[in-house]
Design a protein around this ligand. Structure first.
Ligand code: NAD
Length: 461
């Protein structure tokens, strides 16, 4: 893929700044119209999107629709229905010290925003933040991932058909294009990707004091307690782990299972894998491939970090690795210290819940956490004592798919959140305005006031 040239990138930002200055992106009817255009563009190219995702990642049509296209429609519909309400200036209460005045908050757009996307859900993760950016009244530049070139060029085509690049533009390319973008004074940066690149983004943003949202990754644990519906847990864990062949930021990374139910859970997971992907997942049209050589060889090395309980087969030609369960892993081995981001699932057992909680807490704060239990006490212990971005009780992945919950990380797994109203707020600055009365004037605050200090002390005690 050819990197967009730095001069061209500079020109795009300049044009977007000029466009933003015309004020038209702030008009609510305009924003709604642009959201509708986004939906129309995606609808028009639905089959092309499915094809591009199959070419880049061998995604099945069901996965393409449920995790990339459908989820975007849901985000657009949800936002369009509520935008007028969200965008209204919000009145706030008045403090006693401010009697006579009124306060309100205006959500104003930042200006020209930059959205950098990864390759694993290359369509949705580029365009879902865009919904928030448009809803909040910004212009936007999208930098899709270079590792999924078919989706990248399709995004460019769809956006070009719907918008002038002075409003919404796509910059294609890899690290060089991304770095050229990061040198510029955007008004907001929304980055989805890995932890190391997240640090590069934040450092670059610091030069211009540009605010950032960082949607990063890491190792998301799945804890399975002894009081559990094993069959259902197994199905939902296998679903979350092997969707997109494990290349999901919130995929269960490793399993911590109470030792009494370990064998039963492993047997049930094997059954679920067979049910979902058949006897030979390497041939299944329902099973994704690994995105490229580098990630494929990185993942194959993990196969040596434990005893293979199930799976472990692979096809170098098609970059596929069968759903694999790994036992007897060393907590200090690469498969347990690096984000796996593939279809390999280390299984570790624990005796007491404390042990499991301490294990998770001894590591960076995860993006997601999944707990399978019927016990309310266990649920309370885990949700209170472990810090994580978001997660599910008795399910996996599904918390990302509802526009009512904020989605984002904490600590090393990221900062900020989005989806639904949270996206609108992420891409808006909350501007505070105090409107003072001119009908009267409290003079005790002025340096010349008699008894000023006494009054201030009485009011602010
Ligand atoms: P990545 O960090 O390698 O790349 C992300 C984007 O940054 C790409 O567009 C890429 O071109 C650009 N980039 C890469 N190196 C760069 C550099 N040195 N300087 C500037 N830009 C650079 O991530 P990836 O491999 O595309 O995606 C996988 C990672 O993303 C995983 O860690 C995963 O957990 C995370 N992820 C997080 C979420 C989330 O919502 N939190 C979603 C999907 C993926």
């Amino acid at each position: 893929m050819i990197d967009t040239k730095p001069d061209e990138i500079k020109q795009i930002l300049k044009e977007q700044q000029t466009y933003f200055a015309t004020q038209q992106t702030k008009n609510i009817s305009f924003r709604l119209e642009q959201l509708k255009k986004l939906k129309d563009g995606v609808k028009k190219h639905e089959q092309d999107i499915v094809k591009a995702l199959a070419l880049d990642l061998n995604k099945s049509e069901l996965e393409a629709y449920s995790t990339e296209i459908g989820i975007l429609y849901e985000e657009i519909n949800f936002t369009m229905k509520r935008l007028r309400n969200w965008a209204k200036p919000r009145k706030v209460s008045t403090a006693l010290t401010h009697t006579g005045s009124r306060g309100y908050v205006i959500h104003e757009p930042y200006g020209a925003v930059l959205i950098i996307a990864p390759w694993n859900y290359p369509f949705q993760l580029a365009l879902s933040p865009l919904v928030g950016a448009i809803a909040a009244g910004n212009t936007a530049v999208i930098k899709p991932s270079e590792l999924t070139p078919n989706v990248s060029s399709l995004i460019k085509k769809i956006l070009q058909e719907q918008y002038t690049s002075a409003y919404i533009a796509t910059v294609e390319g890899g690290v060089a294009a991304s770095q050229a973008l990061l040198e510029l004074p955007f008004d907001y940066i929304f980055f989805t990707g890995s932890v190391p690149v997240g640090k590069v983004v934040m450092e670059a943003a610091a030069k211009h004091l540009t605010p950032v949202t960082l949607e990063l990754g890491g190792k998301s644990p799945t804890i399975v307690d002894e009081q559990v519906n094993i069959k259902l847990a197994a199905k939902r864990i296998v679903f979350g782990k092997f969707t997109n062949a494990g290349q999901t930021c919130i995929a269960p990374d490793y399993l911590l299972v109470q030792k009494k139910v370990k064998q039963e859970l492993i047997d049930a997971m094997k059954e679920a894998i067979n049910e979902f992907y058949g006897d030979n997942p390497l041939e299944s049209s329902r099973y994704s491939k690994i995105v490229n050589d580098r990630h494929y060889s990185r993942l194959t090395r993990y196969l040596n970090d434990g005893r293979i309980l199930f799976g472990g087969t692979r096809d170098d030609g098609t970059h596929r690795i069968a759903p694999t369960l790994l036992d007897q892993v060393d907590p200090n081995s690469p498969v347990m210290t690096e984000e796996i981001f593939g279809p390999i699932f280390p299984v570790m057992e624990y005796d007491t819940l404390d042990e499991a909680i301490e294990f998770v807490n001894s590591r960076p704060k995860p993006l997601a956490l999944y707990l399978f239990t019927e016990s309310k006490e266990t649920e309370a212990e885990v949700t209170n004592r472990i810090s994580f971005g978001g997660g599910c009780i008795n399910d996996t992945l599904m918390h990302i798919a509802t526009p009512y919950l904020p989605f984002g990380g904490v600590g090393e797994s990221g900062m900020g959140s989005y989806h639904g109203k949270y996206s609108f707020e992420t891409f808006s600055h909350a501007k505070s305005v105090l409107k003072q009365t001119t009908r009267f004037d409290f003079s005790f605050r002025y340096p010349s006031a008699k008894n000023g200090l006494k009054l201030v002390k009485r009011l602010l005690k």
